[in-house]
Design a protein around this ligand. Sequence first.
Ligand code: NAD
Ligand code: LMR
Length: 329
Amino acid sequence: MVSVAILGAAGGIGQPLSLLMKLNTSVTKLNLYDIVNVPGVAADISHVATNAQVKSYLGPKELDEAVSGIDLAIIPAGVPRKPGMTRDDLFKINAGIVKTLVEAIASNSPRAMIAIISNPVNSTVPIAAEVLKAKGVFNPKRLFGVTTLDVVRASRFVRDIRSDIDATTLRVPVVGGHSGNTIVPLLSMASTPLEFDIKTIEELTQRIQFGGDEVVKAKDGAGSATLSMAYAGARFADSLIRAMSGETVVEPTFIALAADVEGANQIRELGAGELDFFAVPVELGKEGVRRIVPLPAESITEFERKAIAVASDALAVNISTGVSFAKSA
Ligand code: NAD
Ligand code: LMR
C-alpha cells in the first residue's frame, strides 16, 4: 500500500504515467502535481475504478502538500528535446525545476524513494543528490535515475532483428548513463545468449544509444518519447513498489556509487573508475538499493569495455555539471 506523487503529471509523459500508476493496485494514494492543467488530468484519472485516491495539486503553493506523506516521488517535470538538440541542451531549464522539486520532497518526505525521469538524467540525479545532502537527508539507496527506457528499447530492438526472441522476457543489462554514447548495452550478458556478429552488435548498440533521437525526429518538434517512457516509468515504479513490499526485483538504474552500496567497487573496476554515479543492474529491496548485481569482468567483451570507457569520460563531465550547479545555485 503505497503513496505516490507524480511531479509534472500534466505533461506528455506525466498523463499516461499517471494513468498507469492509477492502474497499479498497490497504489493507495496518487498525488498529481504540475504548474498547469493538472486539475483536469486528476479529475479524469480519478474516475478509473481502482482503489487509489487521486488528488490534484496545482502550482508552487501546493507543492509541499503534494509531496507530504509520500513513499515514492516520480519526476517527469521539465522540457523535452526538439530535433537538433541534445539532452544536455535541456539542462538550463530542467536543472532548476528538479532542484526545486527535490528540495520540497527533502523537506516534506525525507525518506521517500525518488525516481527522476527529467533530462539530462546524467546531471539531474547528481543535482538531486546534492540537494538531499544539503538538507542532511541523502540516502544513496533511495535515489534513482530512470534508465528503464534504454532497457526496454534493447529488448525491443533485438526482437526487430531476431523474431525468435520474446521481447517481453528478454533482459539486456544497460549500464553507464542516459544519453548517446553514455548508454552501454551489454548484449553479451543478455538473459538469452544472442551470439551476434560484431557488425550486428555495433549497429544494435548504436540504435539503442540513439533510440531517443528516432522518436524526437519522428515527432518533428512536438517533443520526445512519452508513451514508451510512461510504460518504462511505470515498469520501474512497479519494480520499486514490489521491492518495497518484500519482493526481490532487478532493474538497471542510474544510482550513486556510494561506499555503502554493495557492488560499487566491482563497477569501478569495470570502468566507472572514480565516478560517483553510474547506471547498473540493481537488486531492489525494502529499503531501495540492496546491492548492485555483479557483472562478471570475464564476460564483458572488448567492444563493451571500450564503450564503457567512452561513456565514463562523458559522464564525468555531466555529473560535475550537475554538482557544480547544485552547489552554486
Ligand atoms: P512535456 O513538456 O510534455 O511535460 C512536462 C511537464 O512538466 C509539463 O506538464 C509542464 O507543465 C511540467 N512542468 C514544467 N515545469 C514544472 C515545474 N516547475 N514543476 C512541475 N511541473 C513542471 O515533456 P515530456 O515529454 O513529458 O518530458 C518531460 C521530461 O522527461 C523531459 O525533460 C524529457 O527530456 C524527459 N524524458 C526522459 C526520459 C528518460 O528516459 N529518462 C524519456 C523521455 C523523456
Ligand atoms: C529518450 O531516451 O527517449 C529520452 O531521453 C528523451 C530524449 O530526449 O531522447
